[in-house]
Design a protein around this ligand. Sequence first.
Ligand SMILES: [Zn+2]
Length: 359
Amino acid sequence: MDTARALSENLASLLRREHSALGAFLVALADFDRRRAWMTLGHASLFAYLHRELRLSKAAAQYRKVAAELIQEVPAVGGALGEGRLCLTSIVEAARVVTAQNWETVLPRFFGRSRREAMEVVAELQPQPAPPTRTIVSPVRSAPSEVAAGPAFARPTLALEVGAAGPAAGKCTPGSSSELTDREVDTSAHTRRPAEVVPLTADLRRFHVTVSDRFLRKLQAAKDALAHTRPGAMEEELLEAGLDLLLEKAAKRKGLVSKPRKTPPPAKADHIPAHVKRAVWERDGGRCQFRLPSGEICGSTHQLEFDHIEPVALGGASTVENVRIACRSHNIISARRVFGDDWMDRYAPGKASLPADTG
Ligand SMILES: [Zn+2]
């Protein structure tokens, strides 16, 4: 624990130096650009200088170029970057809406935000005018590497785009090229990507997901099956109805249904009654309550379990006071703290595959 603390302090100190160096670099770059020094050195643009002479990737160069331009308009951006309050990836988003006139109120809204969250702030401040709702299905060519991997991966996949449509997130400040990430720059190989979400307004998102032909056939079958009860249902409506069913099923498994069963099964020692689960879930807001060394709670909503604070094996009861929500990792960490690693490895080697309501 002490070693981990010392290592962590070293990392925090290195991170502060990284932020500070980045801030200093960008302030100097803004000055370099203001003097058009790149031109004197024979480059076509600041971007070309960063890419060719400083050997930054196109994406890295683009982020720095946008930041340097914004610093010239709003010098406070340099300080925020140096203190680590503003991250380089969200700068591209901030540059769309932050101006010399509004920076005092608008800039702080980007502090501590990821690029995705920054996009949401922009969508809120500058909603795209009346985004039309549409569904597009287009074939996606398999990347050569996928084809080589075998026939199972060689099938073309299909991209399903649901929701309000709008221009892709590619464009940033006027005059800048659209290179944003290396992946977006080099799209020669279409690989199967994770779902992509682009915020359009405060509550509209464009959702782009690559699916199989099988998925589309199921979607069509669902449309047909519901043609009477939900005529003309949009894809979003059908998918949301399906998700509701899944969530309802998951809630039942966690004992969160509001109607308790008439005859409960005989209780095991570690059984947690449904009313306790409901109360704990509500109290903890459906989030992991494990306290991190920083004093904050983990807050994860992933792989949640009901965790006995005082373990059942040590006489802990399944009461609202003694049960909390913990993510699987923190449930295991808590158990290891109580029982020790030796005991856990010897008697509970399968601890990583716990059923949902033990702990
Ligand atoms: Zn957790």
